[in-house]
Design a protein around this ligand. Structure first.
Ligand code: WTA
Length: 657
């Protein structure tokens, strides 16, 4: 971390908005002034950009913090705002989704067509007895049906829980159980890296016979999209093909009004303990901030832009900046099923050229891996349509930022580095293109209407030139409303640390530069960020110790040139296993095991089999020291260890490996 900070401190490059950008930009400096003068009035104005069946009279109710209510007496329908209203305004023929399958098949779906499809599915779901407040799990590849499924659930006032298709059956099962999902929407499989990757078997496994488990099965139906064409097992009565039930349903469905605080979705994210948290978002405030930030930060002009956010809908970025933000704004967007390098390393650039993408939003990890392959790949394509580039998910190092601007953005496009979280629901810190003079590596400024500070442990503002903890000092419209089924954990995780001040604690370290701009420095807790995906050390440790060969395990996030951080595990094996197996063989087995337990993204890059772990006298594992080892640094202060020799034993073991 310290070399990173030095590097950031030395970064002096500055980039002004391109000539003429400000004149056409959606956002302007006035927004900051208006929000500073009357923050709630500012958000009320943004909310009024949506269609309210019943207009709100109350903006923010913060009478029982940390439980906020925004626009509480208003009523709206989220799907109506993303679909019908554009059709009614005469934009039904505008393309909503320009979908590209990995094998190269394509579909262009207009707002009228998407409205009809969502209405049909809404009718199907209601026919299956799904109603307001019921939970629906969505486990799909990046196909138009994923977006349609989210919107259909929203349309009927039910709650979706999208589970990333890369998660295992076990992860899916725990999310289905925690939410008590009534229906699962999945596909036979989807394309990944040139092959069909099956999904339905994981659903079958997740819902397999639970006799004796004590868990009451909540799922009544599974709706299956045919995409991969792979063979699937079928449970008659429970399983329904999408193509049997959806086309047969009526495309007419009235979007009812729901109160603004109606839950919209649960999205599970890793925290500092083993159990993922079901982050709960509601309707009116979430959609307000999703639409506003997409509009001003991405500078969306719905009539002319072709927008592309590369995130999967299984993550918050896909929720807010694939499904809800762009569709609420009536934008045209690209949706791509596959991986960036299938079937060739220029696939993304080919898509930008093919569809004339103007606004592009992706993660630093992707940019760094393209840097590694070399500029000749993107330079083989015409990227001249691009005019705004965005970054999200992890700190972007200045070199990657500058490469992104120079090579992808033709040394011309503004870069917006957007900081936010699953919990914040939408962007919180970002430059505005056309307004902000940008600094490579800094997310820079709180968005209009958002109040951010960097504070010390006691909650005191650190002042310019200093580092500390990032906090949000006042409630914001798209803030999480809780953790599903666990209000205490919600209070404890985010609000207890600065309870006397009422600050939201984000879990990130940050620094204020001399201008007061914010530089994000990574997590300050046991959450890792691998390729922009959040993983918990505790969750991977508990997967490792669940294997019968493991006696004990410690996991750290070690810095990695491409993925930002990488998972490194230190494992103590049971002697009985070591007697019978090679340590290398067991390391391979354990890597695969973690992949099965959580999903391939959680597989450790390195597993070191060790004899002991560094612990304090009270038995706490000192991950800081393990991180030193994993990053090849000299090991720091070991004086608080119960056994000060343990680190040299571990290091000897690793260097002789
Ligand atoms: C990190 C993703 C630096 C941060 C939207 C945060 C970032 C966590 C940035 C949330 C950024 C996200 N600069 N760090 N621009 N964006 N992060 O919930 O540590 O998957 O707490 O949301 O990612 O990850 P999540």
């Amino acid at each position: 971390m310290s070399t990173q900070i030095d590097h950031l401190l030395n970064e002096t490059r500055r980039f002004s908005p391109p000539d003429g950008f400000a004149a056409q930009a959606v956002g302007s400096a006035d927004l900051y002034a208006r929000a500073a003068e009357d923050r709630e009035g500012f958000w009320a104005d943004q909310a009024r950009e949506l269609h309210w069946h019943t207009p709100f009279t109350e903006v923010l109710d913060w009478s029982t913090p940390p439980f906020a209510r925004w626009f509480g007496d208003g009523e709206l329908n989220v799907a109506y705002n993303c679909l019908d209203r554009h059709v009614e305004a005469g934009h039904g023929d505008r393309v909503a989704l320009l979908w590209e399958g990995e094998p190269g098949d394509e579909r262009a779906i207009t707002y009228s067509e998407l409205t009809a499809e969502v209405s049909r599915l809404a009718n199907v779901l209601e026919g299956l007895g799904v109603g307001e407040g019921d939970r629906v799990a969505i486990y799909l590849p990046m196909i138009p049906e994923a977006v349609a499924a989210m919107l259909a659930v929203a349309r009927i006032g039910a709650i979706h829980s999208v589970v990333f298709g890369g998660f295992s059956a076990d992860s899916l099962r725990s999310r289905i159980d925690d939410a008590g999902a009534k229906v699962v929407i999945t596909a036979d499989g989807g394309y990944r890296k040139g092959k069909v990757s099956a999904l339905k078997p994981a659903v079958d496994l997740a819902l397999a016979d639970r006799n004796g488990s004590g868990v009451q099965e909540s799922v009544e139906h599974v709706i299956v999209v045919r995409r991969g064409g792979n063979d699937v097992d079928w449970t008659p009565g429970r399983d329904l093909w999408w193509h049997d039930v959806v086309p047969a349903a009526s495309p007419a469905h009235t979007a009812r009004a729901f109160p603004a605080e109606t839950p919209l979705f649960i999205l599970y994210t890793s925290g500092t303990t083993g159990k993922p948290k079901g982050i709960l978002h509601t309707s009116g405030g979430y959609l307000t901030q999703a639409a506003f930030t997409n509009r001003v930060v991405h500078d969306i002009h719905p009539e002319t832009d072709v927008y592309w956010c590369t995130a999967d809908v299984g993550w918050i970025t896909g929720h807010t900046y694939v499904t809800y933000g762009p569709l609420a704004n009536g934008a045209t967007q690209v949706l791509y099923e596959g991986t960036p390098d299938a079937p060739h390393p220029g696939r993304w650039w080919e898509i930008i050229q093919k569809y004339g993408v103007t606004v592009f939003y992706t993660a630093p990890t992707a940019i760094r891996s393209f840097m590694k392959i070399g500029r000749q790949v993107p330079q083989g394509f015409d990227l001249s349509s691009l005019r705004v580039l965005g970054s999200v998910g992890e700190p972007i190092n200045p070199e990657a930022w500058v490469w992104y601007r120079d090579i992808i953005g033709a040394e011309r496009t503004p870069i917006v580095d957007t900081w936010w979280q699953t919990e914040t629901g939408a962007m919180m810190i970002s430059a505005l293109p056309g307004v902000t003079e940008t600094k490579p590596g800094a997310a820079q400024v709180a968005l209009p209407g958002i109040t951010i500070d960097v504070v010390d442990d006691a909650g005191e503002h650190v002042g310019t030139g200093n580092g500390g903890l990032l906090v949000v000092t006042e409630p914001w419209p798209s803030m999480l409303r809780g953790i599903w089924g666990d209000p205490e954990r919600f209070v404890e995780t985010y609000w207890e640390k600065f309870a006397d001040r009422g600050f939201y604690f984000a879990g990130d370290g940050a620094r204020l530069d001399e201008d007061g701009d914010i530089w994000l420095l990574g997590r300050v807790d046991d959450v890792m960020n691998v390729s922009g995906h959040r993983l918990s050390t505790a969750e991977i440790e508990s997967a490792l110790v669940a294997h019968e060969a493991t006696a004990e395990a410690a996991v750290v996030g070690a810095s990695d040139e491409t993925t930002g951080q990488a998972v490194v595990a230190f494992v103590i094996l049971k002697q009985s296993y070591l007697d019978r197996h090679s340590a290398e063989g067991l390391a391979t087995t354990l890597r695969a095991w973690v992949g099965e337990q959580i999903g391939p993204i959680a597989r450790p890059r390195d597993i070191y089999i060790v004899g002991e772990l560094p612990k304090t006298r009270s038995g706490k594992i000192m991950r800081r020291l393990l991180r030193d080892v994993a990053e090849g640094r000299e090991v720091g202060d070991t004086t608080t260890l119960a056994d000060t020799m343990v680190m040299s034993t571990i290091q000897a073991k690793i260097t002789t490996k």
